[in-house]
Write a protein that binds this ligand. Sequence first.
Ligand code: ADP
Ligand code: MG
Length: 326
Amino acid sequence: MSLGEFELIKQYFQQQSGAPGVALGIGDDCALLTVPLGQQLAVSMDTSIADVHFPADGEPDLIAERALRVNISDLAAMGAEPLWFTLGLTLPDADPQWLQAFSQGLFRVAREYGIALVGGDTTRGKLSITIQVHGAVAEGKALLRSRASEGDQIFVTGPVGDGAAALAVMKQQLSAASMMTDYLMERYYRPQPQVVAGQLLTNFCAAAIDISDGLVADLGHICEQSGVGADLHLERIPLSEAVRQLVSFEQGIDWALSGGDDYQLCFTVPKAQVQQLETLVSTGKIVAHHIGEITAGNGVSCWHNSNPVVPSGKGFQHFGGQEALS
Ligand code: ADP
Ligand code: MG
């Protein structure tokens, strides 16, 4: 990039060293990182492009927060501890005010999750943000999509559907009181990657995934990779109070099933280990809502008060009595 590149990196992205495992951070050709003994490195990358994944004129600190949080969510879904990240930043211009706010948002999240920026690349072009996260998980303990088996119970860590509700508000398809708008914008821009839950689950959970594309699609990935099916009980799916107040149950469930951008974990636990999970729930260490069970079939089957219902692909517009299969 321009001559200003080094100044820009120094001013906005180079922070004091001293983060765990960082033998050498920003400034050389590579960072040098030490993976804790007996742990595996979990690596994942996500790109966010202006006007595709976020509005280009959004608040820069929130754009940064969302980009990093969404990446950390992938570490959470593997049960990994966040350690380091790199940042590929493409900017139309080097606007100091924008960069100041962006880096503030970025480091706010970095501090919250104890993840250190160790390098990156800076280029000129349409605004886009690529983040690669690195985490550590004890060897053989990572939560995989492929580990579900018949009889496992299915859980989610919190309300689903908020991401889609936020998008509907942003696209002005829905008007909401400011309190709910605030809640939904917060959920959209500042999703809470379930890092603590993910790490606790490595002790007994079978399979896990973070919900970025909606429950049906994401639980569907677990089914596909594990060679199993799933029964999902729609009346048990947790919806936030905002969603319940704003729209019908059918619309809320539609968003939960096919909306995405929720970043809760969906995970399965073998029957014999459910008691262990319940202990963690009752002592407040983890939040888990029981929403279904893994079957010998294939794909995700949906039930409402024990009646089978058919997803229309775009959720449950046809949801309700006469459309049920029974
Ligand atoms: P090189 O030309 O060797 O690839 P660069 O000039 O791209 O080096 O980067 C110099 C240093 O600054 C490297 O350590 C790189 O990782 C870091 N860096 C570049 N851009 C960013 C960024 N957006 N965020 C964090 N570190 C960055
Ligand atoms: Mg470079």
